[in-house]
Ligand binder design. Structure first.
Ligand code: ADP
Ligand code: ASP
Ligand code: MG
Length: 417
């Protein structure tokens, strides 16, 4: 069997949902399981609901209305019959959002986040399932909260594999097209959890792992994995095949086309991952598998914008040693700040991290208690080139100011402005 994953971009409007049905028409004879993300930018919109509720700001009503209107507009285009049950289902889910935000927040932010944000995937899968049934593609809707069991690390829930595999196997019906949500699960108390932003690819991999699938196909708005994000780099080339190892490396450095956690479960069971265009399904796309031919892979470019460079030195000019580093990394981890690059010199260590305006000032204050801290948060970007050459490095550096460079055999990383 195969797991098909349709991301937010593929179901961003009514035409997107119609296109999902068209894609599926071509796979009538295959055994499939569908994983669908929230529609378009719904997760961002729900994050605004969370913030407005948590901070009790005035735009709460507006942000709730936005989510409701967005989904209503889509179903009005897909279901001409105003008595179709989907209208009621969407209304019920949106009303749940109203009820959950109808009082002052009493729980912590991350818990609230998962309660509210998980509704995005429930809405999208209800709509897609109803539409597929409407056009004669019979589906069964499965609640991923009952399948994917996790711990209670809200917003970054860790999967309980034994229980999850057991539940997925039990729910699976080979001859039925089942559709479920990406990104969400639930903890031991059956409270909703989420697997981290963009986590639907990972959900598809979890299902594939549990069901020993032959393949996972993630349907994207790009022809496959390219050697750079076409939004940031010109003349990008398709990578027809890459190894699991290379896919993990690219995802780790920030190639956002695949969620970094997706590869490991697939690699363990040697399940092929295909990345294909939902706009042109006959194009070959990219295949990720163990024995991919890597000899022809071109230099690959990855850009992480919005970086901050923090340089830490001991106040008495002494060396930064293991003890200090372990304390410093502990602080980064406690504050949930991701370190993308570290570089040591005799008396200082530099860290390139994602900018987190809410959390960084607190971290800096904490570090300043013991160290001299310099930081630069003015429009820095981290460029990574896998399989770099002197020419590609020149190309990236052109017209920019270099703040930090780190090289290994296959990879160069540059902090630039
Ligand atoms: P979805 O959420 O709909 O599954 P995403 O928007 O998360 O899809 O991922 C697709 C996007 O990933 C593309 O539109 C592209 O801009 C971006 N992207 C980043 N790096 C790459 C890459 N190396 N190859 C292809 N696309 C990339
Ligand atoms: N809807 C979630 C997000 O936007 C998960 C996903 O799309 O993969 O982060
Ligand atoms: Mg996405």
């Amino acid at each position: 069997m195969k797991v098909f994953k349709f991301g937010g971009a593929s179901v961003k409007d009514a035409d997107g949902v119609r296109n999902v049905a068209k894609v599926l028409e071509n796979f009538k004879d295959e055994e499939l399981m569908l994983v669908v993300s929230a529609m378009g930018k719904t997760t961002n919109a729900l994050e605004q609901v969370v913030n407005a509720f948590y901070n009790q700001t005035e735009d709460l009503t507006h942000s709730l209305t936005y989510v409701y209107d967005f989904h209503m507009k889509i179903i009005e285009k897909l279901f001409k019959e105003p008595t179709h049950p989907i209208y009621n289902e969407v209304a019920i889910l949106c009303n749940k959002l109203n009820i959950m935000t109808d009082h002052k927040p009493t729980k912590d932010y991350d818990f609230i986040y998962d309660q509210l944000v998980s509704v995005g995937e429930l809405l999208s899968t209800k709509i897609v399932a109803a539409y597929l049934n409407e056009v004669g593609i019979e589906t069964e809707w499965l609640d991923a909260r009952r399948l994917v069991k996790t711990d209670s690390t809200y917003r970054d829930a860790q999967v309980n594999w034994t229980e999850t595999v057991r539940r997925i196997k039990k729910a699976y019906k080979p001859n039925v097209l089942q559709i479920t949500q990406g990104f969400i699960g639930s903890d031991e108390d059956s409270e909703p959890t989420t697997l981290g932003r963009e986590g639907s690819d990972y959900s598809a991999a979890i299902l594939a792992y549990a069901l020993n699938a032959d393949e996972v196909v993630i349907w994207k708005d790009v022809p496959g994995v390219l050697n750079g994000d076409p939004r940031h780099f010109s003349d990008t080339k398709l990578l027809p095949e890459i190894s699991y190892y290379e896919a993990i490396e690219l995802a780790y450095y920030g190639a956002s086309v695949i969620h970094p956690k997706t590869i490991q479960p697939l690699q363990r069971k040697k399940i092929t991952l295909s990345v294909k265009s939902f706009l042109d399904i006959n194009k070959p796309g990219t295949k990720v598998f163990e024995a991919a031919d890597m000899t022809l892979i071109p230099p690959c470019f990855i850009l992480k914008p919005n970086q901050v460079l923090i340089t830490i030195a001991a106040k008495d000019f002494s060396f930064i040693v293991e003890d200090n580093l372990s304390e410093i990394f502990g602080l980064f981890s406690d504050m949930g700040i991701k370190v993308n690059l570290t570089q040591n010199s005799a008396i200082s260590t530099s860290f390139c991290v994602d900018n987190a305006p809410m959390r960084l000032p607190k971290l800096i204050t904490e570090l300043q208690k013991k160290y001299n801290v310099k930081y630069n948060d003015e429009g820095l970007s981290l460029y990574t080139i896998r399989h770099y050459t002197p020419e590609t490095e020149e190309q990236v550096l052109e017209g920019k100011k270099l703040f930090l460079e780190q090289k290994s055999r296959h990879t160069v990383q540059l902090v630039l402005k």
